[in-house]
Design a protein around this ligand. Structure first.
Ligand code: NI
Length: 130
């Protein structure tokens, strides 16, 4: 499975952009509001071509508020690209992965489906269907 991006929770996308620029990152999207997750998103890249997704609370109800409250700005998920989301979920549920967010179309990926699973040894993992 190919890594698609690393997700970083932040209170301020604007402030994080400034700090990432100091490390050689450039933005490669505008700020995108995802109404299904209630978050603002923006993608950055550096010379490795590793995509970093900045995730900022976009409304009161959102999945990153708790992470920000507990940990402050932090990397909190790795996203992998998979051929078939449903098959991958079935396969991983047998290995102590728990579904946190079921397959949902994502605005940031032109409606391609994402889902989030949790494993006690790995933390939060996102999958993006090809
Ligand atoms: Ni993500």
């Amino acid at each position: 499975m190919k890594v698609h991006h690393y997700g970083l929770a932040t209170k301020s996308i604007e402030k994080s952009i400034k700090s990432f620029r100091a490390l050689g990152y450039e933005t490669c999207s505008t700020i995108i509001f995802d109404p299904l997750q209630g978050v603002n998103l923006l993608f950055l890249k550096n010379e490795n071509d590793h995509l970093i997704e900045l995730v900022e609370p976009g409304q009161e109800e959102n999945p990153v508020a708790k992470i920000l409250y507990k940990l402050g700005s932090s990397l909190y998920h790795i996203c992998y690209e998979v051929e078939n989301l449903d098959l991958k979920i079935e396969e991983l549920k047998k290995q102590r992965f728990v579904q946190i967010i079921p397959p949902t179309p994502a605005v940031a990926f032109n409606g391609r489906k994402i889902c989030f699973l949790y494993n006690p040894n790995l933390g939060l993992i996102e999958f993006l269907e090809k």
